[in-house]
Structures are given as structure tokens and as C-alpha cells.
Design a protein around this ligand. Structure first.
Ligand code: ATP
Ligand code: MG
Length: 448
């Protein structure tokens, strides 16, 4: 169906690329996510163009192009300092491995190009000349708020198993439901996600996590998706809790903490993994109360396994593990207590740690929340006071260095490090001691 009344405001660079392709006699449209997002009033991340021009013809039509994915027909056009991806209408060949088409061939049919796309809401094209091209009922599905495969869902999921996870990820982005036939096929075929690369899974998992509806991880669980890509989450969904803090499963608590946190990558990844140690160390008292003493340390081990399996970069891995390992730390409500917590967590990470604590509390029973949030307010007030005063929080800002100690006559070697540690500990207790002569005197006194 073509709807010539539907108007989409295309930003200038993409609009100019369309115009130029039309000028050269080719068909060209903006397509996929940008059309979907524009129609429902979201701001598209990027504007993809689909065209009847071959990659070589696209190169010839513009002054500055980059070959991004030439084998898939994608050329990046540089226009007004921005990048616009232009892909030739294409048909994907067979998918023997359920994840890559064996070959792609170019076509001059827009319909063929739209047919290969995953969901009806992602399979619409638009330009000012022809209006909205909606051949598979994408507009109706946007109205109904459903994610539905283009064509037969089982066939589409057989071609590329990642689409099973993508279906849920779009539900999370948009707050939509899965169309029943699509859901049924997703649940039946979820095991085939095992054939998809860790990198592709990671991309979709992250988009789901930072979406407005991270609770849709529950839908991924219902469909058997997490069983394949994150079985640690399934263990949490099966771990019943019954104590003063919780009346729900570890998994449901985890979902609540995701909903209680800002959509930041590190924060949401941490919340996803923060309690993965709980199913491993559950104990039960005779009156039926569950305990999970010391679950943070085994949780950090599980988090490492998950992040390595998903091929995360080392920086993300280190940060998330550090937060998971420390998430059940309750800083003592004193200047010294909070200074020591900052040292343990790391100065850079401490603000994120505070968000982790708040999200964790946000996922607990209402009755305990108020009290714990008051506690957090106090921790934060102390923390800000410490920062304003500029208290020493690391060896970097200690008033003496190893060289100062050596210059004062203390022999080089391991002892220097030990003395610095002791002085730092003193300064954590009493920041007013962070004066060079005071610390040097202390150091020399210890040495005689
Ligand atoms: P987002 O804004 O979240 O990135 P998007 O729709 O742009 O959403 P992309 O993953 O960037 O999603 O893909 C762009 C378009 O390419 C999709 O809208 C869809 O038409 C098509 N597409 C992407 N991946 C697949 C796939 N695995 N199978 C079929 N079509 C796909
Ligand atoms: Mg996109």
C-alpha cells in the first residue's frame, strides 16, 4: 500500500542523497528503522537509504563515499559532514547456517528488498515523491502495537535466528507485544539462537537493556531465549526468595532493579548480573526464611563468565565485575566509613555504585525501601561533603610520595610501600593529617 498523505521530515543530508539519486534516474527511499521511528514520533538514530542504483552507481553519483559493506551492497555517502548509508535493493540468498545468507543478489525491485526485512514495522520505505510504501501492513501493526514477522515467522527465523531475539528487543524499544504467531515461532525456535555469534547477541541484549522497557527480558525468558543466551537469568527466575527484603524470585527482583535504574549501559548490565550469585548460595532456616550470605563474590565470578562469553571488552568487564562484587556493601555512616567505601569501589566508579545501590533498593519490598533510601541520602550527603572538602581519597593526593620518604632517609624497597599504605590509612581516618611535615614525622617515628 502506498500512502501519499503520510509525510516524513527527512534531515537535510539524507534528503540531498535521495534527491541526487533521483536526479540520476534511480529509485531511492529512506527505509527501515527511521521510517518506523518517524511515524510514531521518535527521533531516528540514523537514516538508511535503499536504492535501485548498484554500489558502483552510488559511488559514481557522489563525490565522497566510503565502501562500508560493499559485499552487502552498502556504500556510505559523506554529505554535509554526515554519513548516510546507502544500500542497493537486495535479495538474500539461502541461509544454510541460520545466520548469514549464502549470497546476496541485487535487484531493481523495492518489493523484494522490503520482503527480506525482519518485521512489518521495519519494512516500510518513504520518499517525498511516492509517499509511504507499506506492503506488509507495517502501519496497521504500529497502530496495534505489535511486532510481527514479514511473511511466515518460522521461515524468517530459520533464515536468521537472531531475528528471534530482535523481535523481543523491538518490543522492549517500543513497548509493543509480539504477534501471537511470531511469539509461537520464537518460542519454538529459540534453541537455534545457539548458532548466532556472541557479538550479534550482545548488540541486541544491550539494546534491550537500555530500552524504555527492560522488563521485556521477561518476555525473552518466556520465549526460551535467555535459556540459550543467558541461562544464568533462568536460574534466577527459578530461585524463590522469602525474607524481609523480598517476596519474589531473584529474577523478578532483578527485573525491578532494571526498571528502577536509568537507561545507562554499565548500570543496567550491572543490575542484570548483580544477583547471579544468589541461586548458588541459597540457605534456608527451619522457619522457611531464605538467606544468601556472601552472594556478591560468587556473583562476580558468574558475571565474569557471562561477560566473557558475550565477548565484552575488558574495560566493561572490569567495571561491571567491580560493581557486582561490591553491590552489597553498606558504607558506614561516617566520613571515614564513606571515604573507605570510595577507596574500595574506586573514585571514578563511586557515583555509579550509588546508583546501583538505589536501583537494588528500588527492586525490594516497599516496606523496607523508605528506610533504605533515607540511609542512601545520608551516604550521599557525606560523600558530597567529602568531595567539597577535597579529602584525600587516593595515594595520588597523599601529601608525601615514596621519593619524599627516600629523601628523608628511609631506605628504598618494600618498606616504602608499606609506610605509604599506613600513612594513607591514617589520612583516611583523619584528613587533617594530610600535611607533608606531619606525615613525614609520623613515618620517621615509625622507623626508629
Ligand atoms: P534501531 O533504531 O534500534 O537501530 P533499526 O530498525 O534501525 O532499529 P537495525 O538493526 O539498525 O534496526 O536495522 C536496520 C533495518 O535493517 C531494520 O529496520 C530492518 O529493516 C533491517 N534488518 C536489520 N537486521 C535484520 C535482520 N537480521 N533480518 C532482516 N532484516 C534486518
Ligand atoms: Mg538502526
Amino acid at each position: 500500500m502506498t500512502d501519499s498523505r503520510q509525510k516524513i521530515d527527512i534531515p537535510r543530508p539524507a534528503g540531498k542523497v535521495l534527491h541526487r539519486l533521483h536526479e540520476c534516474g534511480y529509485e531511492a527511499y529512506v527505509v527501515g528503522g527511521c521510517v518506523r521511528d518517524s511515524v510514531i514520533g521518535l527521533t531516528p538514530d540514523d537514516w538508511d537509504i535503499t536504492t535501485s542504483a548498484t554500489p558502483q552507481q552510488v559511488r559514481d553519483a557522489f563525490r565522497r563515499t566510503i565502501d562500508t559493506g560493499i559485499e552487502h551492497g552498502t556504500v556510505t555517502v559523506r554529505m554535509d559532514g554526515e554519513s548516510v548509508e546507502v544500500t542497493t535493493f537486495r535479495i538474500d540468498g539461502d541461509y544454510a547456517d541460520h545466520r548469514h545468507p549464502d549470497n546476496v543478489s541485487f535487484t531493481t525491485s523495492l518489493e523484494e528488498d522490503l520482503k527480506r526485512r525482519d518485521f512489518t514495522i521495519n519494512a516500510m520505505a518513504y520518499n517525498d515523491r511516492d509517499g509511504l510504501i507499506d506492503l506488509f501492513g507495517g502501519m496497521e501493526d504500529l497502530r496495534q502495537r505489535v511486532v510481527r514477522c514479514v511473511g511466515d515467522p518460522r521461515e524468517r527465523f530459520t533464515e536468521d535466528a537472531l531475528r528471534i531475539f530482535r523481535a523481543v528487543r523491538f518490543c522492549a524499544k517500543l513497548g509493543y507485544e509480539l504477534d501471537p504467531a511470531t511469539k509461537e515461532a520464537a518460542a519454538a525456535m529459540a534453541p537455534s539462537l545457539a548458532m548466532v555469534s556472541a557479538e550479534r547477541i550482545r548488540t541486541e541484549l544491550e539494546k534491550l537493556l537500555v530500552s524504555p522497557h527492560p522488563e521485556m527480558i521477561r518476555l525473552a525468558w518466556e520465549c526460551g531465549i535467555t535459556k540459550v543466551v543467558l541461562p544464568e537469568f533462568d536460574a534466577e527466575m527459578e530461585a524463590v526468595q522469602n525474607n524481609a527484603h523480598h517476596k519474589i524470585t531473584v529474577g523478578e527482583h532483578t527485573i525491578r532493579t532494571l526498571m528502577a535504574s536509568e537507561p545507562e549501559r554499565i548500570l543496567r548490565l550491572t543490575m542484570l548480573l548483580h544477583d547471579t550469585g544468589k541461586p548458588l548460595c541459597q540457605t534456608r532456616t527451619p522457619d522457611g526464611v531464605f538467606h544468601y550470605h556472601g552472594h556478591a563474590a560468587p556473583g562476580a565470578v558468574v558475571a565474569r563468565q557471562v561477560l566473557e562469553r558475550l565477548k565484552y571488552d575488558k574495560a566493561t568487564e572490569r567495571t561491571v565485575i567491580q560493581l557486582v562484587k561490591n553491590h552489597s556493601l553498606y558504607p558506614e555512616l561516617s566520613d571515614e566509613g564513606v571515604r573507605r567505601a570510595v577507596v574500595q569501589i574506586g573514585e571514578d566508579l563511586f557515583p555509579t555504585f550509588l546508583k546501583v545501590k538505589r536501583a537494588d533498593i528500588g527492586g525490594q519490598n516497599q516496606e523496607v525501601q523508605a528506610r533504605k533510601f533515607i540511609y542512601m541520602d545520608e551516604v550521599e550527603a557525606i560523600y558530597h561533603r567529602i568531595l567539597e572538602r577535597g579529602d584525600c581519597l587516593s595515594l595520588k593526593t597523599l601529601a608525601v610520595t615514596g621519593d619524599d620518604l627516600i629523601a628523608a632517609g628511609i631506605p628504598r624497597g618494600k618498606r616504602i610501600g608499606e609506610i605509604l599504605g599506613m600513612l594513607f590509612d591514617r589520612v583516611l581516618k583523619d584528613p587533617s593529617a594530610n600535611e607533608k611535615d606531619v606525615l613525614l614525622a609520623m613515618a620517621l617515628e615509625k622507623e626508629v
